[in-house]
Write a protein that binds this ligand. Sequence first.
Ligand SMILES: C[S@@+](CC[C@H](N)C(=O)[O-])C[C@H]1O[C@@H](n2cnc3c(N)ncnc32)[C@H](O)[C@@H]1O
Length: 267
Amino acid sequence: MAILLSDNEFITVQKLIFREVGIDLQSSKKLLVQSRLLKRLLHYGFDNYLDYIRLVQINVTERIEMINLITTNETYFFREIDHFEYLQKEIIPKHPFKTKFRFWSAAASVGAEAYSVAMLLDKTMARSDWEIVGTDINTDVIKKARIGLYPEKWADKIPIELKKEYCLRGRGRHEGQFLMDRALVENMDFRVGNLMKYNGEVGRFDVIWLRNVLIYFDDDTKQMVVDNVLRNLKVGGYFFISLTENLNMLNTANLESVATSVYRKIK
Ligand SMILES: C[S@@+](CC[C@H](N)C(=O)[O-])C[C@H]1O[C@@H](n2cnc3c(N)ncnc32)[C@H](O)[C@@H]1O
């Protein structure tokens, strides 16, 4: 017999996810949540969602598992190519020589965004002159980002000369995959971070990308997340959101718009 997530149980999950992650799970997502959590019920041998929900309420480790299952981590290399062009043409050439360029991929997922930028930076700067931090709330994607191993198909979007230089084709048990050059990884720090709070430990950045995550938040949460993240941006630094997102309903008095979905911190 199928195990069903009741409306009340779904509301409890909605509240929990909203409180912990900020994600505003719409009612239309109920079946998706039911199916994503089912394997955890089966793992514990539960025959109903209530027992599982009680467990996540008291067990931090299982709460992290649940968050990992509920977040959407879709990403790919060189996503929204306009942003890479802007970075390459307008930002990197103007960066003061010999000053470390610090970049934050603030919803990094498995790292495709961070490694795409890393390849560009490494092409144009000395290796000692740049540094990338990638954070995400999902502990599974951060583990994958640290490894930097991707299905070969993902390399299709990487410009050919960068692919040749930085992507190592897998052999043997890694056939069909590619590994990011270890030299890049040394300049990168992937760590778990929640956008719902100020992440002071990662320091201040010249450029912050917060792309394809704001869509999951309501306006109040968006404001809080953007305010948190902007505390890590240097004055004069650049802030990118996705081309499909906007800051329309937010108070962004400390930003000026410099291109579509690109902002500069002015105070
Ligand atoms: C759709 S992916 C976007 C990845 C990448 N920025 C891109 O544009 O391709 C959104 C990521 O945001 C993360 N996320 C969602 N809520 C978060 C939160 N409160 N704190 C940190 N990361 C969060 C998810 O785990 C997911 O990996």
